[in-house]
Design a protein around this ligand. Structure first.
Ligand code: OAD
Length: 234
């Protein structure tokens, strides 16, 4: 690889799998247990808010019992030690990157630990349930929803992501199936913008052939090994 200074890392559910958080599309994953149309669309929320709120209340409660794994810790170490630009763009709605100590993290699909008020548009930190329709701490109206991007909604902070991709020398995708756009298209954007591309995943993803290099194995093994390699080659 040529000189690397600026890095964009895309993470997905595979990075949190070994912390005990279900992925979406693996055998037994969330989308095998629930229909996306029932729990993860604005239409589902309008039709049956209790079902949707109960689903996200369970997920919000569950992630708070999980711990970051060696992959999160390795990425936090890279974040702390890397002198160039670095951005971890995560599709995950858990907070395990942050709890491992990473700071340069952007949640493009939102966060379980936020509630979003559809009346006043404010986001508030939230750890408890939403099913009982609590009032927004900002405006007092009971109009809170999970701050999670649903199918049919625009992912967050796309301008910042594309600004980082434009400057990137290296794009790394970790633990994501490459099934959901726009994240699945970042590898092609990065290539066209001149970055080297690397995939770290349990198995070849749907977009594997777009990467210059793919390494396969559990995130807790392949991510720390890659971070060690990168930090010692400087
Ligand atoms: P998926 O469930 O689609 O894919 C998880 C990927 O992680 C698969 O390619 C697995 O092979 C891989 N994987 C599983 N265990 C792993 C491990 N221990 N180490 C490394 N890789 C492992 O999850 P995402 O790609 O994150 O969006 O899904 C993308 C989006 O689809 C999610 O953000 C969510 C979902 O619908 C929304 O809810 C908006």
């Amino acid at each position: 690889m040529n000189q690397i200074r600026n890095i964009v890392i895309l993470t997905g559910a595979g990075v949190s799998a070994e912390s005990g958080i279900d992925t979406f599309r693996d055998a037994g994953g969330l989308w095998e247990q629930h229909r996306v149309e029932d729990v993860a669309t604005p239409e589902a929320f309008a039709r049956d808010p209790e079902l949707v709120l109960r689903f996200y209340d369970m997920r919000r409660e569950a992630i708070q019992t999980k711990q970051p794994n060696a992959a999160h810790h390795a990425l936090a170490r890279l974040d702390a030690e890397w002198r160039g630009e670095l951005l971890i763009v995560t599709q995950n709605v858990d907070d395990l990157h942050e709890r491992a100590g990473a700071t340069r993290v952007l949640h493009m699909h939102g966060e379980h630990l936020n509630a979003w008020c559809t009346a006043c548009d404010e986001r508030s930190p939230w750890t408890g349930p939403l099913l009982d329709r609590p009032a927004c701490p900002e405006c007092g109206v009971a109009a809170l929803r999970p701050d999670v991007v649903w199918f049919g909604e625009m992912p967050y902070r796309m301008e910042e992501i594309f600004a980082a991709l434009r400057e990137a020398d290296l794009f790394v995708s970790i633990g994501t199936s490459g099934a959901v756009y726009p994240a699945a298209g970042f590898v092609r954007n990065a290539r066209e913008l001149g970055a080297a591309t690397l995939e770290l995943n349990l198995e070849p993803s749907q977009g594997s052939s777009w990467f210059d290099e793919s390494r396969h194995g559990p995130a807790t093994e392949v991510v720390p090994a890659w971070v060690d390699e990168l930090l010692t080659r400087k």
